[in-house]
Design a protein around this ligand. Structure first.
Ligand SMILES: Nc1ncnc2c1ncn2[C@@H]1O[C@H](COP(=O)(O)OP(=O)(O)O)[C@@H](O)[C@H]1O
Ligand SMILES: [Mg+2]
Length: 289
């Protein structure tokens, strides 16, 4: 019996959490990606496919190049002196690592969330309206509506609708992180990269973010269209239980011969229950790493 093929419209079921599509196709394909500092590779020859509309976790001990690899995908590595990146990262036919890529346009399509929430030191409203203005949304009413929708998408609207003009820095850490996710989501990215997004948060705020990420995978609105579309995500986490809870797919990074490498990847269930590599087996059973 063959599995049913999901059409795009089938994925737009509003307001409910959907399981990841049964038949996934890659949104992003990393080919031989190497990130070096001062000429020395920190992570080498990463070959990884990120499935459309799914959450992929990157796990592995610290220092194996998870953050470096993630940062290369939205060209934050361009900003680090002495850092070089080689290989290709194909997103819908375009190589994100190619020399001519405009980083501003790229970062609209590939959003990034960090361990420490980094809202702008301005009002909640402006945190969302400023990137919209910068990306060409001219009408003030349009910006207001899109900002409200983004706040609803991340479950913040009811918490902040009465104080949109207050500084974002007065929000709790978990609220700030959801605001940062809203700020990325409002631009309707194709891919959201998250580097240890819950590491600075308490368990309740962490649970809220985890729920949010699985909801966004099902669909969110944003610029250009009122229709919901699935949000593909890559989440670096050192929290193995979190990877198991939220990730459809998991990639394991490790340090071999002094350099980070991706040692295996696949559906989360099979990586955790039938790891191919000895390091993975020891790592997921808590024996190493
Ligand atoms: N800005 C930098 N300059 C020099 N070396 C770096 C820099 N950032 C990371 N590294 C090195 O690259 C390797 C991988 O680091 P990183 O990508 O942060 O790993 P992870 O996120 O898995 O902990 C480490 O050896 C780290 O010391
Ligand atoms: Mg890191």
């Amino acid at each position: 019996m063959s599995l049913p093929v999901l059409n795009e419209p089938d994925l737009h079921l509003v307001g409910q959490v959907r399981p990841a599509p049964a038949v996934a196709h890659p949104l992003l394909r990393a080919c031989c990606v190497t990130v070096s500092y001062g000429g020395k590779p920190a992570v080498r020859d990463v070959e990884l496919e990120i499935a459309h509309g799914r959450i992929t976790a990157i796990i592995g001990p610290s220092g194996c190049g998870k953050s470096s690899f993630l940062a290369s995908l939205n060209r934050l590595t361009d900003l680090i002196g002495g850092c070089t990146v080689s290989g290709a990262a194909m997103l819908e036919g375009h190589d994100l690592l190619a020399p001519g890529v405009d980083p501003v346009a790229l970062r609209r399509r590939v959003g990034m969330i960090f361990q420490k929430p980094n809202p702008f030191a301005m009002s909640i409203r402006k945190n969302l309206e400023m990137p919209l203005k910068a990306n060409g949304v001219r009408g003030a009413a349009d910006r207001r509506d899109l900002a409200e929708q983004a706040l609803r998408d991340v479950g913040l609207w009811d918490e902040v609708s009465g104080r949109l003009n207050q500084s974002a820095l007065r929000l709790s850490g978990g609220q700030q992180q959801r605001l940062c996710i809203a700020r990325a989501v409002v631009l309707r990215p194709r891919l959201l990269l998250l580097d240890e997004p819950c590491s600075a948060l308490d368990p309740m705020a962490t649970q809220r973010i985890e729920e949010l990420l699985t909801e966004l995978r099902g669909g969110c609105c944003g610029l250009d269209s009122d229709e919901e579309s699935p949000l593909t995500q890559v989440v670096v986490t050192h929290n193995l239980a979190q990877a198991k809870r939220i990730a459809d797919d998991t990639a394991v990074f490790w340090v071999r011969e002094g350099c980070g490498v991706m040692i295996e990847s696949g559906p989360t269930e099979s990586v955790f229950t039938h790891p191919q590599e000895e390091e993975t087996r020891r790592y997921v059973s808590g024996l190493q790493g």
